[in-house]
Design a protein around this ligand. Sequence first.
Ligand code: SAM
Ligand code: SF4
Length: 326
Amino acid sequence: MVDEQGRIINYMRISLTDRCNLRCRYCMPEKGVDNLGHYTILSLEEIARLVKIASQLGICKIRLTGGEPLVRKNIGQLINYIADIPEIDDIAVTTNGILFADMAEELKKAGLKRANISLDSLVPEKFRFITRQGDLSLVKKAIFKALELDMEPIKINTVVIKGFNDDEIMDFAQLAYDYPLHVRFIEFMPVGDLLFWKRDRMLSSLEIKNTIETRYSLLPSKSIAGNGPARYYNLEGGQGSIGFISPMSNHFCAECNRIRLTSEGGLRGCLYGKEEVDLRVALKKGYSDDEIKELFAKVIKAKPAKHNMNAGWGEENKRKMYQIGG
Ligand code: SAM
Ligand code: SF4
């Protein structure tokens, strides 16, 4: 379906849970996260029904995220349901990788095509610091498992934070040089646990790119299969690529093709917006597929032209990123 700005909306990100087995400092507070109970989140069957309805409006790409999507029970069953919908041609997850290696084969069999794995440091102690509890060796295992299973393209999401991991930018570039991995540097955004966010901790994509170019020649590359807003470059002579996601320095809203479904059934046109339509209530009230389809159409039509995140996340935004689905 085409929205009012002429954008083709064909991609839905679904948050499966608010829960997470890590506590990244920029995303979640250490304590006091009220996890949603089982009765307030959509069931797997409800999610599958909503995907089916959305597919009739042109949604063909699905990403499962969270919180940490792999802590949701029976995620393989959900992937199975979604893979059975003929209009859906791409199912991916965004994961912190902790549980991935042990689940990957089952998920691939169920129909999972790709995984984006988040990783902010290649130094075990720093990784533990930023995640408050994570074991880097498990994430490495996840990346090698994805390589072994040919889940191409394999993307690594790295949030660059000045004073924390800006000294590792070259090491991440080297990773993309040595392996067929697509390392995406994400600008630090004021969207999670705001106690950790500071404007002077943010490094722009241009600054990161300039750093990398002191060692590597970057050749603009075609976009890598997937659905994101990253700009990609090949590293001359290297196996993988690097990409930049620049929500702070360069709005990509004009190319935005996505809608988002929260674990509680809130349908949103924009991560940063305030508007949300409650599909869970619609399901509980027994709405027909056509009535729900109309709600999807309404959200797509009202999708904001652009976000205003540089003005801050805003008090009025009651939800955090891990609650909407990053
Ligand atoms: N738990 C999964 C993971 O970490 O990949 C999926 C959810 S997480 C919210 C999705 C992505 O959002 C991760 O790559 C994470 O690093 C990124 N993210 C979270 N908070 C962010 C922030 N304040 N600025 C930039 N990226 C952020
Ligand atoms: Fe969990 Fe992902 Fe947030 Fe880290 S970024 S706390 S892994 S949801």
